[in-house]
Every structure is written in structure tokens, then in C-alpha cells.
Write a protein that binds this ligand. Structure first.
Ligand SMILES: [Zn+2]
Length: 206
């Protein structure tokens, strides 16, 4: 039973839905928001509303964007013949931080996990094959696909599945996987840029 006024309880409930926020942290954050100036508190509420209203997925790579295409896909200085495949939009950020990658991305929206009901058709895998086998008019052909799914069981099996399918559909395209050295079982999101940069530089053919 909560002794908070209902609006406070509602805020605590909503905050505790965030990842790694338990009830006590949610209460602490709620009291912080209550103490904050009206301006700061409403800026937070507005920022949440704005991302939900304005941010969608890039029509080419499925990265987050407030335009039809993300800034990376629109950047003509990048190598559009090199595609790095990642699980989540959040994985693009650590790859960019390495400053070693100049290609474009393809965000799958997760990893294959049949036990959880996540099959190829639940991810943006068909869209990847379409990009590789029939590049848009005027676009350079794809020379390499780097599979940068997480070094976890599901990430590895996703990489193997895609590599196998790409070999059948586009044998002329080189398919590589980030080198080992990334902590096994961890997420790309948490890799430091030096380790990730080395894993990228040492990527191997699959
Ligand atoms: Zn894009």
C-alpha cells in the first residue's frame, strides 16, 4: 500500500518501469523531480514527448532518426558499399565512437532467439538481403557486410544465420564478423571504443 498522493505514486510507478530502476531508485528520482524547478521538470516531460512524436526509424538502415533517412545514410562521404549489421540502434553509437568505421549500418531490431519466438521474419533481415542483392539505383554495389551482433549466444547464432544466407544470395559479397576480444556474453553497447575499434580492425571472414 502506498502512502503517497496518487500523482506521486503514478510517477514512481512509471519511473520504476525503466531498466535497472527499482522501486527505491524510482522514489528517489520522483522526489528529485518534485524538488526540481517547474521548468526543469517540464523540460524532461517535453523531451520524452518529443522523442516519441518525432523520432522514427530510418527507411534504409532502421537507425533512429527524425527524418525519413538518418544522417549516416544521407552522408555521401561514407562508404555505402560497406554495411555494418547491429542488433539495436544503441549499438551504432559505440561503433561510431571508435572513429574507425566509415561505412553505413543496418539495424536488425534484435537477435534471433527461437525460444523467445524471435525468428528471421521478426527482425529486419529480409530488408538487409534486399539492400545487399539489389542496391538502390545509382548506389554503389555492396562489397562487404560486417556482422557486429553482440558476442552472446543469440548474437552469434544471428551472425551465423545471416552469413549463411548471404553466401547463398550474394556470393560476391565479403561477409565478416568482429574479431574476438570483445567480452563474451556482453553487449556491444558496453564495449569501450579501443576494444571495439580493435575488434573491427581485426574482423575476419565468415
Ligand atoms: Zn539510415
Amino acid at each position: 500500500m502506498s502512502s503517497y498522493a496518487p500523482p506521486v505514486q503514478r510517477l514512481v510507478t512509471e519511473l520504476s518501469k525503466l531498466p535497472s530502476i527499482g522501486t527505491r531508485t524510482a522514489q528517489r528520482l520522483a522526489f528529485h523531480i518534485l524538488r526540481a524547478s517547474e521548468e526543469d521538470a517540464l523540460a524532461l516531460a517535453d523531451a520524452i514527448r518529443e522523442v516519441k512524436e518525432r523520432i522514427g526509424l530510418c527507411e534504409v538502415c532502421f537507425n533512429l532518426t527524425d527524418q525519413p533517412r538518418c544522417r549516416i545514410c544521407e552522408d555521401t562521404r561514407r562508404d555505402h558499399g560497406l554495411i555494418c549489421v547491429v542488433e539495436e540502434p544503441g549499438d551504432v553509437i559505440p561503433m561510431e565512437r571508435t572513429h574507425e568505421y566509415s561505412g553505413v549500418y543496418h539495424v536488425l531490431g534484435g537477435a534471433l532467439s527461437p525460444i523467445d519466438g524471435i525468428d528471421p521474419e521478426n527482425l529486419r533481415i529480409a530488408e538487409l538481403y534486399a539492400r545487399v542483392t539489389s542496391p538502390a539505383p545509382g548506389q554503389s554495389p555492396i562489397s562487404e557486410v560486417v556482422l557486429a551482433t553482440n558476442p552472446t549466444t543469440t548474437g552469434e547464432s544471428t551472425a551465423l544465420h545471416i552469413a549463411h544466407e548471404l553466401r547463398a544470395r550474394a556470393p560476391e559479397v565479403t561477409v565478416t564478423r568482429l574479431a574476438s576480444g570483445l567480452p563474451v556474453g556482453s553487449d556491444l553497447e558496453y564495449a569501450d571504443e579501443v576494444t571495439l575499434g580493435k575488434a573491427l580492425a581485426g574482423r575476419r571472414s565468415l
